[in-house]
Every structure is written in C-alpha cells, then in structure tokens.
Design a protein around this ligand. Sequence first.
Ligand code: FES
Length: 623
Amino acid sequence: MAEYDQDQTIGGTTGSVRVDFEPIGRRGTCSCRQTLLQCAHDLGIGIVATCGGHGTCGRCRIIAVRGQLSETTSVEHELISLHELENGVRLACQAMPLSDCIINVPAESLTASQRIQIEGLQATHGTDPLVTSHKVAVSPADLNDLSADDQRILTALSATYGIKCTTVDLEVARDLPHILRSEDWKCKITTRGAEVVAVGPWPAPTLGLAVDLGTTKIAAYLLDLTNGETLGARGTMNPQIRYGEDVVARLTHALSQPDGTKELADEALAAINDLADSLTRDAGVNSSRILEVVLVGNTAMHHLLLRLPVAQLARAPYVPAIAGSLDIKARDLPLRTAKGAYLHLPPNIAGFVGADHVAMLIACGVSTASDRVLAIDIGTNTEVCLAADGRLTTVSCASGPAFEGGHIRDGMRAAPGAIEHVEILGNEVHLQIVDDAEPTGVCGSGILDALAQLATQGIVDAMGRLSADHPRIARHQNMLQFNLVTPDERGGRSALSVTQNDVRQLQLAKAAIASGIQALLQHASLDPSQLNSIIVGGAFGSYIDIKSAIEIGMLPRVPLERFTQVGNAAGVGAKMALVSDSARLNGITLAREARYLELATAPGFMKRFVDNTRLAPFTLQGG
Ligand code: FES
C-alpha cells in the first residue's frame, strides 16, 4: 500500500466545503477562499472563461441551486441583470462557496458538451401515422353557397379523399377563415382520426416530435410523418436534476414544497420546448410545424410533467394516478407546437415501470410471442421484463445513481474526461477516457469495469473488502481506496480512485439488478441458461462492458452472443409510436398484458438482495 495520504481539500486551506457541480455530476471539496471557477478547474470541469477570470466577459455564468455563496460583486451587478441575480445566476469567477452547495453549470457555460445517448438500434418499421396531411381545394363562398368554412373543408376531405372528419379544433377554426381566403381557397388540411388539427398553406412539411423524458437525460427527435424519416435528434440533461438525482428525490421535492410539482413540470417543459425549437430551427422551420408529439418517460416523470398527484406514487403500494395512454392537446402543457397538435403519452405499466419501458419493448419487438427474452433498461431505476411462455412479467429495481456516477466519490456522468473503461494488469492501470481528455472522474461504465477488474485480480474480495496489499491502494481519512490515477500521475492533484465506500455503493446497485432478474426467472421457473436473448438498453447500458457486468454477478453468465446492447431503445420506441398507429396500439396491448411483480413484498427478497451484494457469479440463489 502506498504510504502517502492525499489531501482531498482543493487549495489546501482551512474552511472547506463540498461543492456539487450539476448536471455534470462532479463533486469535490473546495476551499471557501477559492472562486467557483478555480474550484471547477481543480476538479477538471471546463467552465467557459473567455477573459481568463478577470470579470469582463460574463461567460462563466452558473446558477446557485443550494447553499451559500459570497456576496455579489460590483462586476456581477454590471454583467448580470437584476432579474437573473434574483434567480441565482452568478459568475463563477466572482462567487466563492461559503457552505456546501449545489451549482448548476448551464450547457453554454461548459467548454465541452456532455455525452447524451440519443441513438438507439435501427428499428425497422413501417409508417401508418395517425396524423396525415392532404391538399384540399374548396369553392369560394358566395351568395349561392353559404356553407360555413368548416363544412366546406370537411366536405372536400370526404369527397376528395374519403376521409370522414366530423370536427375542427377550436384554435384551428379561429384561423380557418383567414387561411382559406388568403390562400385562394387551397390549403393543407391535417387530420387526426375524425378531427382536423391543422390548416395551413400548401405545401408545408408534416412534422412530429418524439421525446424520451429520462430522469437524467432528455432525448428528442424530429420526424417527417409522411415517410418516418428522422430529420434531427438532440439531447440535453434533465434540468430537474437540480432538485435531486433520482426519482425519489424529485417526488420528495414535489411533495415537500408548495410549488414543487409545478417547478419540476416547468423545468422539464422548458427543456423539451428548447429541444423542439432547436430541432425545428435546424430543419429550417418553426416549431408550429410540429403536428403530433409522442412522449415516453418513467411513471414519475410522466406524472410530474402532467402535474398529476404523486403522493400515492411515493408511498407503498406505489400506485399511479393514471396508467392508461393519454391523448391531450399539446398546448395544454403548453408545448410549442401547431395549435391543434396532440401529445400522445403511451401507457404506464406500474408505479415504477413506465411508458419508457413500454417503448423499449416496442422498439425491441418484445411481446408475449417472444421466446424467453429478458429486456433490461438500466438507469437510476432499472426496469426488467421477461417474455416467456406467452407472458410478459416486469419488475422495477432501485439501482440508484451509482451507475450515473452518483454517490461515488470521484463519480461523474459520461462527459469529456470521464474514465469509461478500466483494465488492471498487475500494477499497471489502462484507462479509456471520454474524448481522450485529461481524466476528471469516473463514469458508470468505468466504475463497473474497475470493480470487475479489482475482483478478478483479487484486490477486492467477494464481500467487497479492498485488500491493502497492492501498490495502488492508499488510505484516505481512514478509508482504503484504489487509485486509478495517482496524485503523481495527475501532476500533484488528488488521485482519482475507487474507494471502499464506492465499492459498497456498487454492490448495492448490482444487487438490486441481479435480484430483480432472479425474481423474474424464479417466477417463471427458468434457469438463466434457458434465456435465448438478453437485451440491455439505457444510456449506461449502452456503454457497459457486458463481461464486467457478468464478472461481478450483475448479469447472468450466458454466452456473450446472446446479449444485445440497444442504446436508447425507449427513444426508438417513441419514434415508432409517432409514425405508426399500429406501433402505438401495440404499446397499449403490451402494457395491458404485462404483469408487474412487486419485489419488496416477494418472499425472501431481502435475503436474496443481501446475498447478491457478494461479488460472485450470478446464480438463482443469489451471490
Ligand atoms: S471568466 Fe470572464 S467574467 Fe468570469
């Protein structure tokens, strides 16, 4: 074991506080005498500082979410509006942390963008959209034809295309007279079932927006509804993260603050509208061209966005207010779309298995006809579905934020500088770092690799105890840690390590997932070897090394060729539901057929969970 004891206090002064930089998820101890810009720099976080921290460029804006900062300076009063100051906006080069705090670093203040998983498997699907557009010409109104404008277009739709619409959206009706007359009685009519949802000049694109509203990240896709082509994809961090990293923290905020639900809904809504604006701008159109939106998310994200009651979701037996699919006017949220556009929300399965999992099943073609297929969507909450013997059974596993870098001392999300893969060869450590940048922290796939490598090399035992007998083992504040990057290798900065506490957090996360899989297999009386296919999705699930996950017993030891990593399958499922009515109906059927297995009340669950904390191969009996 190395004899040095590193000083984790940045700046090495007395009066240190804990600073949590979000949404990047990098935390560290900072001196109260340092500016947040220096503190971020020491932690390896790149904040834009065009003037070099001299207080002239105003580019280093951050938002104080929680905690106390030093008084605002005259520079800040000069460069930041009063309204922004009142909303917590500060300059990182001016503000110093006086207590533990959470600092939000907006995307525009980061020198490098965070990696957002927006791509998923290439699903093959046809298009049979519910929303379609038609070119219609009607005869002008005159004294011989006193038909109302709505009757004029409804009759034309029926006569020309055989489309039987019966109603026109009220907002569309308000625009209808002007459009008909200004377009010389020729226009584009967009219908959805029996309703006219848009009227506009011909030609114009018929666009739709698919959204995957994740607890950590939001992915959005702009599609041409006429041919199903994806015109653009963008992702962003879920800004709700400032209120807590996982679903439980968000629900707690909603329930404990008078305007908690509204705050969370507004945050998500603003981010989705920003994505819609960016995507349509990239496509050279306005967001008012979006004629349909499909949004998937877990049940808590769904309820918070719609401002549905969540008290019953936060307490046993964790019942959703609404499980069925919803079709509501997008303007009611409000989403920035065409005035008459609808928002379709596919069904939820249970309190902790939401429409995002349904979307994953749609995308992966999992159904009651699937033959012994396990679909796993890994995130802060991990959903697992087993398709076997004509049945779909789902569980929800509280895997927590460890795989997103949360509760891990040097953890961070997958941004430039994150260690994403680790190989330990004797005393040597080989690292793969996102964007080949200087290492700043460890993201989920890196921490999983590190744990698997430590276990196979015997540096950590089955109970998760780090052995002191390795040159890269150091002791800090009475706790052992394995240094992935030593202070020497970082030019004197603090080491980047896997600590004994980190190992414990990972044991809990992997035990949650393994226990969920075991419960499903036992419920179906299946041995892991009988599984024909294991699909692993989710942002983290896309990047993990399956061998590492098997090594620590998180996933069953079956031949590697039976595993498929599918990326953001929920986003793909949302796209399919957007352009295909039959995919949408398939989602409704899947949610109705899926049975939910509540793990907390399953016999022997706690024992199984504890057994699974062992770093040992997956067995049906637990680690
Ligand atoms: S770095 Fe330029 S104002 Fe802060």
